[in-house]
Design a protein around this ligand. Structure first.
Ligand SMILES: [Zn+2]
Ligand SMILES: [Zn+2]
Ligand SMILES: [Zn+2]
Length: 157
């Protein structure tokens, strides 16, 4: 993400938090900035390392987790359950409502793209889950595969 896009996302995140009446503290904002700068999803441990490098402050892992919980609750970041890593939301600067996210995770370069799932698909999914009396804790979808860049690289070999 370019620097101007990052700044735009940060100021949008500030106004989102203001509207919902929650506080985007300096530390929370710093964590979000690191996620926005990173091209790859980060674990809480990796985030703490980055934080130390960029903001010259060591954070206990517990508080990193708390800040990540905050950011995911506000849909400013997302947790990838299948890899236990975090990404910034790709739609912070968007005006539309946040949809249930679907993540395409590249198993070669670990890059992630976030796309919204159509409501009909989620509805159909919920119906088939209900049929077997299963209760979903999350509707987020994570699909693993090979991204376009890595596919092109492979075909050039
Ligand atoms: Zn999102
Ligand atoms: Zn969007
Ligand atoms: Zn890839």
């Amino acid at each position: 993400m370019s620097r101007s896009n990052i700044n735009q996302s940060i100021s949008k995140a500030e106004s989102i938090c203001q509207e919902t009446g929650v506080k985007l503290t300096v530390k929370r904002k710093n964590v979000l900035t690191i996620l926005l700068h990173s091209n790859l999803p980060l674990s809480a441990y990796e985030l703490a390392e980055e934080y130390k490098v960029h903001f010259e402050e060591s954070l206990p892992t517990m508080s990193v987790y708390r800040m990540l919980d905050f950011l995911t609750q506000e849909n400013l970041a997302h947790k990838l359950a299948s890899t236990n890593k975090y990404v910034s939301c790709s739609h912070i600067a968007c005006e539309h409502q946040h949809e249930i996210p679907q993540f395409l995770i590249c198993d070669q370069c670990q890059s992630v793209s976030e796309i919204g799932v159509k409501k009909e698909i989620i509805k159909a999914l919920n119906q088939s889950v209900k049929k077997v009396n299963f209760s979903l804790s999350s509707q987020q979808l994570e699909l693993h595969g090979i991204c376009e860049v890595c596919q092109k690289k492979a075909s050039k070999k």
